[in-house]
Ligand binder design. Structure first.
Ligand SMILES: NC(=O)c1ccc[n+]([C@@H]2O[C@H](COP(=O)([O-])OP(=O)(O)OC[C@H]3O[C@@H](n4cnc5c(N)ncnc54)[C@H](O)[C@@H]3O)[C@@H](O)[C@H]2O)c1
Length: 443
């Protein structure tokens, strides 16, 4: 172990986290070998294509393929000569909200089998978001069972949570603000420290993997709490009128103890991480006999928040049946095609129930949206076609393309220039002086 040098890195799971990490390490000069169970992901990766939209990823994948530092396979034996492997598989929710560890277990089993054939020391690192205790109590025993080897003798384990943001993930990997490392022993922690030091940012070594696992949940739950907090204040402010929630956020954001980030009122948080992670830690607590009152409230506020858009819409145009409504933005945030738990899904489902005729436009997420949105809606191939002749327009994702629009553009092309802006992308005074412009928390 003293002599271990990281030359070859294994990545298990070629989703957002695995893809970015693989390309990122390869850009840094490491030879990276990737495994995924999906034939399509593997084929696409080896052909220089990415199965989802993420800025700069495709270009960088091209570079590392050309330099022969990146390869992918469905076959785990590709990992045989790696020194370290990162488990980056998905950790979705079960119906109960609890974490589903099936991909973690199967990847640990397959890694264990290859580990059994290795004649050198190996470090197995969990990068997926997993509830506290998983690396030591689930992954480690599976690795030992299927390799026939002993942790601390033939291999070691660690957990380094991933903090990347979809939409800016490549940059986050190459310029992290911090890396958290929880390892089974100090030498493994130091090895990982040396690896991640090359990327920059602060390195925090914590006492064990479960602390690192808890840090990831604490991080996401805290950010989700800030969003639900400002959304709740926005909803209260609407009942009074005359309060600009942006100014409230600005006012408290100037307090350095609070910071202004993640204090933008809107139609709620979505995405592949916040909803599932907050639910997972809630269920984790409940299963251990603790009722997490604050975490329950974060989810309760968020559950109702998208529907505030429909409440405002009804206040603006009355009965919705037969009305033509334009939806601008479907992905859970801009610069991604990720539709998982996007607020647009809930808003559209409800509008379909109310008998609305819906036109929706998103620059990149329409194909993903078609998989998740059940009701019949029209997908527009352009922003203009989407809003043309509409009785009202709902802005759900703050794509740059929408920010550039002027009040005149809406006035000229809509039947009724009514905008419900769930992301507050326009100058409130300018827009509300020219057309009917509503936001969450500015009335
Ligand atoms: N997406 C994010 O922004 C983000 C950020 C931080 C942390 N995370 C966490 O990282 C983990 C991965 O997230 P993601 O968004 O990349 O997931 P994802 O669903 O996009 O990708 C997971 C990949 O793992 C593959 N996979 C599943 N089982 C496998 C197995 N046994 N062997 C090999 N491959 C397997 C899947 O085919 C898929 O390609 C999750 O725990 C998530 O919570 C995600």
């Amino acid at each position: 172990m003293n002599n271990i040098k990281i030359g070859k890195i294994g990545i298990i799971g070629l989703g957002y986290v695995g893809f970015i990490s693989a390309v990122g390490f390869a850009l840094k000069g490491y030879k990276v070998k990737c495994v995924d169970i999906l034939e399509n992901n593997v084929k696409m990766a080896n052909n220089g294509e990415v199965p989802f939209f993420e800025p700069n990823l495709r270009e960088n994948l091209g570079k590392v393929l050309e330099s022969k530092r990146f390869s992918a396979s469905k076959d785990y034996t590709i990992l045989k000569d790696t020194d370290i492997s990162f488990i980056c598989v998905g950790t979705p929710s079960l119906k109960t909200g609890e974490i589903d560890l099936k991909y973690i277990k199967s990847s640990a089993e397959n890694l264990g089998k290859v580990l059994g054939t290795m004649d050198h020391f190996h470090v197995a690192v969990v990068k997926s978001t997993v509830v506290p205790g998983t690396t030591e109590e689930v992954v480690l025993p599976i690795l030992e069972k299927f390799s026939g080897k002993k942790c601390g003798v033939d291999f070691s384990i660690a957990m380094t949570p991933e903090f990347l943001k979809e939409g800016d993930a490549m940059n986050d990997f190459l310029n992290p603000d911090r890396t958290v490392i929880g390892a089974s022993d100090q030498r493994t922690a130091n090895l990982l420290k040396n690896l991640f030091m090359q990327l920059g940012g602060k390195i925090l070594i914590v006492r064990n993997p479960r602390t690192a696992e808890m840090i990831k949940y604490a991080n996401n739950t805290f950010l989700a709490m800030k969003i639900s907090f400002i959304n709740e204040l926005a909803n209260i402010s609407r009942t009074i009128g005359g309060i600009d929630i942006n100014e409230v956020a600005q006012g408290i954001g100037l307090d350095q103890r609070i910071s202004g980030k993640f204090l933008k009122a809107g139609c709620g948080f979505g995405g592949s991480c916040f909803p599932k992670d907050v639910k997972a830690i809630k269920e984790f607590a409940k299963n251990r006999g603790y009722n997490p009152i604050l975490i329950n409230a974060i989810l309760d506020v968020n559950e109702k928040q998208p529907l505030i858009m429909i409440k405002i819409l009804k206040e603006a145009i009355g009965n919705l049946k037969g009305k033509k409504i334009a939806i601008l933005g479907l992905s859970f945030k801009p610069n991604t095609s990720d539709m998982r738990e996007a607020p647009s899904i809930k808003i559209i489902d409800q509008l379909v129930k109310e008998g609305v005729i819906l036109n929706a436009y998103d620059p990149v997420a329409i194909d993903e949206a078609k998989k998740l949105i059940k009701g019949t809606i029209n997908y527009s191939n352009s922003l203009l076609n989407c809003i043309k002749g509409a009785d009202a327009c709902l802005i759900i994702t703050e794509w740059d393309e929408f920010r550039e629009l002027t009040p005149d553009f809406f006035i000229k092309n809509m039947k009724e220039p009514i905008i419900i802006d769930g992301r507050k992308i326009y100058d409130f005074n300018l827009f509300s002086s020219k057309l009917k412009y509503y936001t969450i928390g500015q009335k």
